[in-house]
Design a protein around this ligand. Structure first.
Ligand SMILES: [Zn+2]
Ligand SMILES: [Zn+2]
Length: 259
């Protein structure tokens, strides 16, 4: 199959590599759409991910969707031909976190596209069958690829569980900030302010219902606007302190971005 392999900083090559063979409990997915995560971009820009340098060329991409085309041993679903989005956090099932039901915090987590496991910027990828979510009719592959960042926003909202009378503030209108915003709107939360310095992103947030959507935290302070729940989605250390400074007494801060 063809795959995009990262050899180092700013060095991606389209190459012919062996098509993966699905192992026990795995399915083979023909990839149809991949979203580029900031973590992919950072690995491309910096040549490492949080200090981890791949020791061999790696296939990036972990936000993806596609078609199930083959089953490994012991797999009875999703059926061949199913359109699926794939959750990219693969758990071991036997560590203490997994035993407590916290599979997303598995101590032996495997994450495709993060060294040392290949990701989805290829024609095919083998994935655990349990990680596949069948896409409803009418949901395009591109939206399926964005299911992972969307659920990051949903998880953050569930952690903080804002009430309708509470003021929500979102810092950052990248994919995750917008996910928090869209999920909050879908939950019927009426009071959502957002801080985003980049104009185009800010306009997108305003169009999706952030009010006000302002360039700096100072603009919120000027309106004496404090948050009951603050979502830090900028992924910068300074934004965490900013989030704390915007919280009213008894406010909750959810650090969603990875500083
Ligand atoms: Zn990601
Ligand atoms: Zn585990």
């Amino acid at each position: 199959m063809r795959a995009a392999r990262l050899y180092g900083r700013h060095d991606v090559r389209i190459e012919e590599v062996p098509t993966p063979v699905p192992g026990p409990g795995e399915v083979l997915v023909r990839v149809r759409a991949v979203a580029i995560c900031p973590s992919d971009w950072r690995l491309y820009e910096d040549g490492h991910a949080g200090g981890v340098v791949p020791d061999h060329p790696i296939i990036q991409g972990h936000e993806f969707s596609g078609d199930v085309v083959a089953h490994g041993p012991g797999v009875d679903g999703p059926p061949i031909g199913a359109r699926v989005a794939v959750e990219p956090s693969w758990h071991c099932g036997h560590c203490d976190s997994c035993q407590r039901g916290l599979t997303h915090l598995c101590r032996n987590q495997v994450f495709p596209s993060f060294p040392q496991r290949d990701g989805a910027l290829a024609e095919y990828i083998a994935c655990p069958a349990y990680a596949c979510c069948v896409l409803p009719e009418g949901i395009p592959y591109v939206h399926g690829a964005l299911a992972e960042p969307l659920t990051v926003g949903l998880h953050a909202l569930r952690l903080a569980a804002p009430r309708p009378d509470e003021q929500v503030i979102i810092l950052g209108a990248g994919m995750v900030g917008l996910s928090v915003l869209m999920c909050a709107r879908a939950m019927g939360l009426p009071k959502i302010a957002l801080v985003e310095p980049v104009q185009g992103r800010r306009q997108r947030a305003a169009a999706l219902g952030a009010d006000p959507a302002v360039p700096t935290a100072e603009d919120l302070r000027a309106e004496a606007l404090e948050g009951d729940v603050i979502f830090e989605c900028a992924g910068e250390g300074a934004a965490v302190e900013q989030a704390l400074s915007l919280a009213r007494p008894s406010g909750r801060v959810v650090v969603v971005g990875i500083p």
